[in-house]
Design a protein around this ligand. Structure first.
Ligand code: HMG
Ligand code: MG
Length: 323
């Protein structure tokens, strides 16, 4: 780990490069009331690719009755261009979902479970023990089909039904999934309730079981602490962060969950600190603008709104000069 050129020594050594894992087309769109046409989803993903994003969670092979917004996963994957160095992933909840994912040519599967019983029941209609079993079966089937497997752990910082979650509980569930053959474990602050001290405790405890290089942070920004939590993760050596374009997102089975950490906000902070991502911030703004246009509302991403506001001011000045 080298200290990056743009980084103050007071922050300690930071990773030189970070992987951004885009979840907007899945975590974002699963929560929109309006279901986007498949071609519009493909346009959004193309815009993310044009910005240099290389890991994109495009949909879910879950029950269409539970998440109708993503019922077109197969159709979408058939439309997407396959490119060298680009990985498309999707949520896969069970063996039925895996069969669909394999038939659709998915390269990487994301299994998921919660650390709290109440969220687990609401989200996938299973107890945590049943969810661990389903994740095991799905992960082993996915690996046998030649896929890499990532796992999400939800409600790590807090649960909408059970409140704050003790770190010991998180560590206990992590131990139960440590033998899943995962290449990555993404820790989810599903309802965006985490604070930086808690993040340090969680990363410290989980990294005793799963190596830091295999951890990702999936931070929702409901209470404005996502970027602060990401910074703590970065300082501790985490090198993968999930984010969504413009801050799209939430969880339909976690009331009050807002969007994910906005990809542009994350990338702006990282680049300012001299941490590389391979992503073009200006093109990300264009993708964010397209996302707003497609879903028909302003998104919460701060960098996106600042950039669009600045562009509007410049255009107004140019019009004033021309008059
Ligand atoms: P269930 O109703 O208990 O399922 O749902 P079941 O196994 O009893 O099956 C019922 C019916 O669904 C059957 O059909 C199955 O074939 C069908 P029927 O015989 O009645 O016609 N079925 C499926 N169809 C298509 N694809 C499948 C599938 N599985 C069963 N994969 C189930 C259980 C897990 C399927 C359901 O609860 C489900 O799909 N839940 C997904 C909910 C979800 O996607 N939540 C949001 C994602 S999690 C999240 O956002 C958090 C995260 O972002 C991280 C964080 O922020 O913390 C990842
Ligand atoms: Mg999420």
């Amino acid at each position: 780990m080298t200290t990056s050129a743009g980084t103050s020594a007071a922050l300690g050594p930071l990773p030189k490069r970070v992987d951004v894992y885009e979840v907007g087309p899945r975590d974002g769109l699963q929560n929109e009331l309006r279901t986007l046409p498949t071609v519009d989803k493909a346009r959004l993903i193309e815009a993310l690719l044009a910005a240099g994003e290389r890991r994109i969670e495009v949909s879910s092979f879950v029950s269409p009755r539970w998440i109708p917004q993503l019922a077109d996963a197969e159709k979408l994957l058939a439309l997407l261009p396959r490119r060298e160095g680009v990985t498309f992933t999707a949520l896969v909840p069970n063996v039925r979902g895996l069969e669909r994912a394999v038939a659709a040519g998915l390269g990487e599967a994301a299994v998921f479970l919660s650390v709290t019983e109440a969220h687990s029941k609401k989200n996938i209609n299973k107890s945590v023990a049943e969810a661990v079993q389903a994740a095991k079966e799905t992960a082993s089937g996915a690996r046998a089909a030649g896929m890499r497997v990532r796992c999400y752990l939800s409600t790590v910082w807090g649960c909408p039904y059970e409140g704050r979650v003790p770190v010991a509980r998180v560590a206990e569930v992590v131990k139960r999934i440590a033998d899943l053959g995962l290449y990555q474990l993404s820790l989810g602050d599903t309802i965006g309730i985490g604070t930086p001290n808690q993040t340090a405790d969680i990363v410290g405890e989980v990294s005793k079981v799963i190596p830091l290089e295999q951890l990702a942070l999936h931070l929702h920004d409901t209470r404005g602490t996502a970027l602060a939590n990401a910074l703590v993760g970065l300082q501790l050596g985490v090198t993968t962060f999930d984010s969504s374009i413009g801050g799209l997102g939430g969880c339909p089975y976690a009331p009050g969950a807002a969007g994910n950490l906005a990809t542009e906000d994350l990338v702006f902070m990282l680049h300012g600190m001299g941490v590389e991502t391979g992503i073009d911030l200006q093109k990300l703004v264009e993708a964010g603008e397209l996302a707003q246009e497609l879903i028909g509302r302003k998104l919460s991403g701060k960098y996106l709104q600042a950039a669009l506001g600045e562009r509007e001011k410049q255009a107004a000045r140019a019009r004033a000069v021309a008059e």
